[in-house]
Design a protein around this ligand. Structure first.
Ligand SMILES: Nc1ncnc2c1ncn2[C@@H]1O[C@H](COP(=O)(O)OP(=O)(O)OP(=O)(O)O)[C@@H](O)[C@H]1O
Ligand SMILES: [Mg+2]
Length: 364
């Protein structure tokens, strides 16, 4: 099982130069409000492709007191007794780079990426089912990215094609071949996104059923994609003509309304109670937190058992208003999974339910 052994933060966020050691199992980061706990978790998320879990601009990652110097995050990652030196750093204060054993070439990075995958829970995710559809879409897309590192590229290409079409329609005197080409691309990427989301929703629903844990928390809910266009054309990944001709027919409407009226950017992901079909957004806040934790658990089990990919699980402020069953769920997540887990909190006694093996790091 791969795990991060240590982290060294240089000119990053509120840290000038900061070092922490971790263990393979459960790590609890303790500190007062504003001490930098979330920043430490974020630094781990930056060791993956992308802008980290806050999707932050580079300039905000650099310590405000020393804006002219780049930030650097160094870490040691251990996988089957092999150590990898990993670093994430800004270049000329505007681009983030990753290097593995001082090497930035694509193959070393791809190899490193294949050793682990980062799953995170942030406080705002408690509100998953009452947030916006785009929040839920991003949540699901992020889970797909965990094991399909090319997926984000497709999503970005899709978004770009949608914007391009919108600009052309606005222009009115567009070249027919050009717009056709863009609409073909939209259908291509759009159906790939639909297909990936559908497949992963099925995986999660299936895995949720098999979670081997106490009966204290109910698992009788299912996740579902809500999308009128997709629901009536589930075969669009095989027959893209339907998709393309629908885009063609919608041109006028899309010109007047702006945007694109069909496609995965309009889907919602909903959770339904299986017994009475009520929407999970009707659950209490604590119950919704359970559901999100269960999804994270199902995702982790899928990565470990089916893909042999070890997750690094970042749980920020997870211990606020936890009841016994949520605590039990967390205990299961930290004890039973072959995964390195990080949790943050302001006081050690919030974590007294954890096993004595948990490693505590105090950052104040
Ligand atoms: N680029 C930066 N340079 C310097 N300080 C920064 C930068 N970005 C954020 N900070 C500061 O880092 C501090 C720690 O932030 P962080 O969110 O990690 O705290 P925390 O320990 O998670 O607090 P809480 O318990 O309230 O969640 C904040 O005071 C924030 O203003
Ligand atoms: Mg925080």
């Amino acid at each position: 099982m791969g795990y991060f052994k240590e982290i060294n933060l240089n000119n990053y966020r509120n840290f000038e130069n900061f070092f922490l050691e971790f263990r393979g199992g459960c790590n609890v980061i303790l500190g007062q409000n504003g001490s930098g706990k979330t920043n430490v978790l974020e630094s781990l998320s930056l060791l993956e492709k992308g802008r980290g879990f806050r999707k932050e601009k580079i300039e905000n990652l650099i310590n405000f007191n020393n804006k002219n110097k780049d930030f650097k995050i160094f870490s040691l990652f251990n996988n089957q007794n092999i150590n990898y030196n990993i670093s994430a750093f800004s270049l000329n204060r505007n681009k983030k780079k990753i290097a593995v054993n001082d090497n930035s070439d694509l193959n070393s990075i791809k190899h490193f990426e294949s050793l682990f995958s980062i799953i995170y829970f942030l406080p705002e995710m408690e509100r998953l089912f009452i947030s916006s559809p785009s929040f839920r879409r991003n949540f699901l897309d992020r889970l797909i990215f965990n094991f399909n590192k090319e997926y984000n590229i497709i999503v970005n290409k899709y978004k770009k094609a949608i914007t391009e079409r919108q600009l052309l329609l606005k222009d009115q005197k567009y070249d027919e071949n050009w717009i056709q080409n863009i609409e073909n691309n939209i259908a291509e990427y759009g159906s790939t996104i639909y297909k990936n989301r559908e497949e992963h929703i099925n995986v999660l629903n299936k895995t949720l059923k098999t979670i081997n844990s106490s009966k204290h928390f109910s698992k009788d809910f299912i996740l579902k994609i809500q999308d009128n266009f997709y629901e009536s054309n589930k075969q669009i990944d095989e027959n893209k003509n339907i998709y393309v001709s629908q885009l063609y027919l919608n041109r006028k409407k899309d010109f007047f309304q702006g945007g694109c009226s069909i496609g995965p950017h309009r889907s919602d992901i909903i959770g339904l109670n299986e017994l009475n079909n009520f929407n999970l957004n009707q659950l209490s806040t604590g119950q919704q937190k359970t559901v999100v934790l269960l999804i994270i658990l199902a995702q982790s089990e899928y990565l470990i058992n089916e893909l042999n990919l070890h997750p690094i699980i970042l749980l920020d402020e997870i211990c606020s208003h936890l009841d016994d069953s949520n605590r039990e769920l967390l205990l299961y997540l930290t004890n039973q999974l072959k995964a390195q887990v990080f949790m943050t909190g302001t006081e050690k006694n919030f974590f007294s339910f954890l096993s004595t093996k948990a490693h505590y790091c105090n950052i104040t």
